[in-house]
Design a protein around this ligand. Structure first.
Ligand code: GLN
Length: 452
């Protein structure tokens, strides 16, 4: 029963979360009350779901991993994904740690706590949805929601050995997700299995008049064809994603996964995505530009932190932001305002938009020849804590395989494909990334199911 599930979850969280640090907060008592009248006939009836701390749930905190929103903000409304989960019978009960405002790849940029990789506590869980991935991996949640702007669902899923899906842009409403880069952000599920991923996507997908970028497209049944296999499908292997820079042990696991799909009847086809090398640079112009604009709402007046004893209004803005934001967030705002400023806009921002179009066309051309594309999720398994703390550039480069999907707006999933040895007898998970055309989630999930 739902009450039993919650009791098990409560004891698992009490036993393991002090060590893993996936949750920033939770309310299991309220969840138990909700569980008592759960309608078990609904698709997610009575299932507790953990939520990344940048998605609004009425009455719960929504800190975005930031000092800025740590105190003084309680969600006054449900995000659309939250109301949809509730309508499907699920119980959103806990808030998961994340890099501040989703900026990062390790969850080390959270101002509010540390999350460790359950497979090796000396390592990062990935990020920015590190809490969402670690919770599922450590059996501290059945399913969670994350957000993915440049890999933040798929990369932590890969590092923690769980399934992470970034839906196509427009498939899932962003209403109630605290915006990082609005043209790239999507909410998606992190789960233990591909079937669970399909179930959660089914619940949260669909048009929403409150998000003007949500698409009025039919939502197919993601579960019915899940076991149809890959016989006859063409799967592309982009040579740019298997070249230099990838850890040989990771490459071996990913290649073995592609061979498994071939053995199941798929045809592997070598393809090229020629603008791949520009993806990181393009993303780190567009994402900070949008972030600098989105984060202007944190002015010391409307939400969360307000500096005390300011000299005047300008000083209130300045000091509230200085005190409330961490270093990475400030770095992104400075980068973003720079690339948008007069005199630099054409050289950086407009140029990046043009390259973004070329990246999208690479995928459109590839999907004329293949049904989906296979690649690694990350060049290496989860790194040690603290390793890139004064080297943001190296950290940005690790997003190389995930960010093109956001720039192109297509769907992509990370599925566990084995482990590689680490220190002592520890094993670290590796993920296979499968990329599908825009709104191609049904087939994407079906291929993922065969790769599982
Ligand atoms: N690591 C990337 C960044 O720092 C992506 C983050 C995300 O997807 N939210 O911007």
């Amino acid at each position: 029963s739902s009450a039993d599930i919650l009791d098990d979850l409560a004891s698992a969280i009490a036993a393991r979360d002090p060590e893993v640090g996936a949750y920033l907060s939770h309310d299991l008592d309220a969840a138990k009350v909700a569980a008592a009248d759960a309608d078990l006939s609904l698709p997610l009836g009575g299932i507790p779901i953990g939520i990344k701390d940048n998605i609004n749930v009425l009455g719960q905190p929504c800190t975005c991993g930031s000092r800025y929103l740590e105190k003084g903000y309680t969600s006054p409304y449900d995000a659309t994904v939250t109301s949809k989960l509730k309508a499907a019978g699920a119980i959103p009960f806990g808030r998961l740690n994340m890099d501040e405002f989703a900026m990062g790849s390790s969850t080390e940029n959270s101002a509010l706590g540390r999350t460790l990789n359950p497979h090796d506590l000396s390592r990062i869980p990935g990020g920015s949805s590190g809490g969402s991935a670690a919770a599922v991996a450590a059996n501290l949640a059945i399913a969670t929601l994350g957000s993915d702007t440049g890999g933040s669902i798929r990369q932590p899923a890969s590092h923690c050995g769980v399934v992470g899906l970034k839906p196509s842009y427009g498939r899932v409403s962003r209403y109630g997700l605290v915006a990082f880069a609005s043209s790239l952000d999507q909410i998606g599920p992190l789960t233990r299995s591909v079937e669970d991923s399909a179930l959660v996507l089914q619940a949260i997908a669909g048009h929403d008049s409150r998000d003007s970028t949500s698409l009025n497209a039919e939502v197919p049944d993601f579960l019915s064809g899940l076991n149809d296999g890959v016989a006859g499908l063409k799967l592309g292997l982009p040579n740019e994603y298997f070249g230099e820079g990838i850890d040989p042990a990771v490459r071996e696991k990913v290649e073995a996964a592609t061979k498994k799909l071939e053995a199941a009847g798929a045809e592997l086809v070598e393809i090229s995505l020629p603008h791949t090398e520009y993806a990181v640079a393009t993303y780190y112009i567009i994402a900070p530009a949008e972030a600098s604009s989105n984060l202007s709402r944190f002015d010391g007046i409307r939400y969360g932190h307000r500096s005390s004893n300011p000299d005047d209004l300008l000083d209130l803005y300045r000091r509230s932001r200085e005190e409330g934001f961490g270093a990475e967030v400030k770095r992104r705002i400075i980068l973003g305002t720079y690339v948008l400023s007069s005199g630099y806009y054409d050289a950086y921002y407009s140029r990046a938009q043009k390259v973004r179009t070329l990246i999208r066309r690479d995928f459109e051309q590839a999907f004329e020849k293949v049904d989906a594309i296979l690649s690694p999720v990350t060049p290496s398994p989860a790194r040690k804590l603290g390793e890139n703390s004064d080297d943001p550039l190296t950290e940005y480069l690790s997003d190389i395989y995930t960010i093109a999907a956001n720039l192109a707006g297509i769907c992509a999933i990370s599925v566990p494909c084995g482990t590689v040895p680490a220190d002592g007898d520890k094993q670290l998970p590796v993920g296979l990334q499968i990329l599908g055309p825009h709104l191609g989630e049904a087939k994407l999930l079906r291929i993922a199911k065969s790769a599982e």
